[in-house]
Design a protein around this ligand. Structure first.
Ligand code: MCA
Ligand code: AMP
Length: 503
């Protein structure tokens, strides 16, 4: 029996001596070396008790060994669970308690902080860092071959948490088939080949940087320039030797804002891809004017992998996300009745296909709410299709802020604020931001006359990752509500000019 994902993505490169990963320190890992390193890591995981179906929770820096750990987890038949490095101990505790991992792999810098949590949950704590860690030391002494654990198409390969409108994060269960089918389609659609050199500046704890970028590169046998983070100077230095960039819109607005970003830097590039957040049509046009390249915008979700893409060869239209990918169906439905709507009408975007996840970990009711029995997943995005099927996203029915490609659910922040003494109630909403697309604002109704906002910021900082923390606080006597009693966030958004603090 085979291991669906490993056999398709990694095994074919057994004797491939070309470079897979090029790192910031100048080191390079060939495909063959990568396979050996993954095998060593798989042994190290099994040695601490990891078996098929177990969760391997990872909050580690972006290194070639972290990529090998992903491959190792798949090879060992386990479930990869990556977490944002910015998450606080409180946030990580939730994921650990919910997912019950057998192993937690963290940066050596976080080891002390996570020791009690790991012990409480009976998980083994290992470290992986830029300069080494206990997992790496253990792996160093292990054999360079590992008996791959069989996994069928419906075996779980990854558990990726996405925040929810209820304030509780939900673990999206992704199978070997979900990940492989999407990676195969994208590799072909975007014509990725072994001649490509992908500039990889995204984090590797989300679908975009982990699956979209790495799985397609693996299938193609491409070289990945693994950059620790998006750094404008480093990107500009690397562009002339690269052929593909995958990024969030902030990458492109930052490039356009850089005087050093000139057309000649991009002459070797064949493809700029954008996703995870709306790319302004202006950005698309300005990028074309500066470079002669039309950014290819695509649309996806953690639960569904990639859904639509602008064409590689056909017309890439600014402000649209293109057509349903092969094997994926997109329907626009009436949000109230669920009935399909004709082309030209705005409705709820629903998706069906091999790319769509299996449901939320331990949350059957949430799964039933969002995943229909007929296989269609309700994305919570609003869109409209042209008569030829081209999709435009026009809004969201879910209360969500997307900042620099990170999803932020207002409810999670409101829950934290509402628990603070001196706060009666709060409403969190997004306002336009030139760099991040949107930024977070909190309208707060105090229950005391002298609410100390610095104290509020400090308390929020202890609980929530930096990128979720409100950039502005607005003190209000009452929140605007409609006749049904629902807070009118559109009124709050309209009233806020994005600069005043407090309002
Ligand atoms: C960093 N900061 C942020 C963000 N990132 N604040 C709000 N939103 C953000 N996205 C804050 C830090 O906390 C810090 O705050 C300050 O900005 C500088 O931090 P630094 O790490 O230097 O930030 P940066 O390098 O400027 O990062 C911005 C970034 C990064 C490059 C846009 O956030 C990024 O790589 N985003 C990509 C996210 C992504 O991969 N999304 C895909 C999700 P302070 O200075 O106050 O301490 S997957 C998905 O959505 C679906 C499936 C899809 O379709 O792809
Ligand atoms: P996530 O939950 O992190 O997977 O984020 C998925 C959400 O990102 C989608 O539901 C959309 O709201 C948004 N998204 C992804 N790609 C695009 C895009 N190209 N344009 C607009 N929104 C996008």
């Amino acid at each position: 029996m085979t291991n669906v994902l490993y056999d398709a993505l990694i095994l074919p490169h057994k004797n491939n001596r070309s470079i897979f990963l090029q790192c910031d320190d100048g080191s390079a890992v060939t495909y063959a070396d990568f396979i050996q390193r993954a095998a060593q890591m798989a042994h190290a995981l099994v040695d601490v008790g990891v078996s098929a179906g177990d969760r391997v929770l990872v909050q580690a820096p972006k290194t070639s060994d972290t990529v090998a750990l992903y491959a190792a987890t798949v090879q060992a038949g386990a479930v990869y669970l990556p977490l944002n490095n910015a998450y606080t101990l409180e946030e990580v505790s939730y994921f650990v308690r919910d997912a019950q991992p057998t192993v937690i792999v963290c940066d050596p810098k976080s080891q002390k902080e996570l020791t009690a949590l790991a012990a409480e949950q009976g998980a083994t704590l290992l470290t992986l860092g830029q300069g080494g860690g206990t997992l790496q030391s253990a792996a160093n002494t292990k054999p360079e071959a590992f008996n791959t654990v069989p996994c069928g198409p419906d075996s779980l390969a990854a558990l990726l948490y996405t925040s929810g409108t209820t304030g509780r994060s939900k673990g999206a269960m992704l199978t070997h088939k979900n990940l492989l089918s999407n990676a195969q389609v994208l590799t072909e659609h975007w014509q990725m080949t072994e001649s490509d050199r992908l500039l990889h500046a995204l984090p590797i704890f989300h679908t975009h940087g982990l699956f979209v970028a790495l799985n397609t590169s693996l299938i193609a046998g491409a070289t990945v320039r693994l950059m620790e983070k998006f750094d404008i100077d480093a990107i500009q230095n690397e562009l002339p030797q690269s052929s593909v960039l995958m990024g969030v819109p902030t990458f492109y607005t930052r490039l356009l804002a850089s005087p050093g970003f000139i057309k000649t830097l991009t002459s070797n590039m064949r493809l700029f891809i954008s996703g995870s957040a709306p790319l302004l049509a202006d950005t698309h046009v300005m990028f074309y004017e500066r470079t002669g390249h039309r950014i290819l915008e695509r649309y996806g979700m953690t639960e569904t992998n990639m859904i639509t893409s602008n064409p590689y060869n056909g017309k890439r239209v600014a402000g649209t996300v293109g057509y349903a990918l092969p094997g994926t169906e997109v329907a626009i439905t009436d949000s109230e009745t669920g009935d399909a709507l004709p082309a030209g009408e705005i409705g709820s975007i629903e998706v069906r296909g091999d790319n769509v996840f299996q449901g939320y970990w331990n949350m059957p009711e949430k799964t039933a709410e969002e995943l229909r029995e007929n296989g269609f997943f309700i994305t919570g995005d609003l869109g409209v299709q042209d008569s030829d099927g081209r999709l435009s996203i026009v809004g969201r029915s879910k209360d969500l802020i997307i900042s620099g490609g990170y999803n932020i659910y207002p409810k999670e922040i409101e829950d934290v604020l509402n628990e603070i003494e001196g706060i009666n109630e709060s409403a969190v909403f997004g306002v336009p931001h030139s760099d991040f697309g949107e930024s977070v604002v909190a309208a707060v109704v105090p229950s005391v006359p002298d609410l100390d906002l610095d104290k509020v910021r400090e308390m929020v900082g202890q609980k929530l990752a930096r990128f979720k923390q409100p950039q502005h606080y607005a003190l209000m006597e009452a929140l605007p509500r409609n006749t049904m009693g629902k807070v009118q966030k559109n009124v709050l958004r309209a009233a806020h000019d994005g600069t005043a603090e407090p309002w």
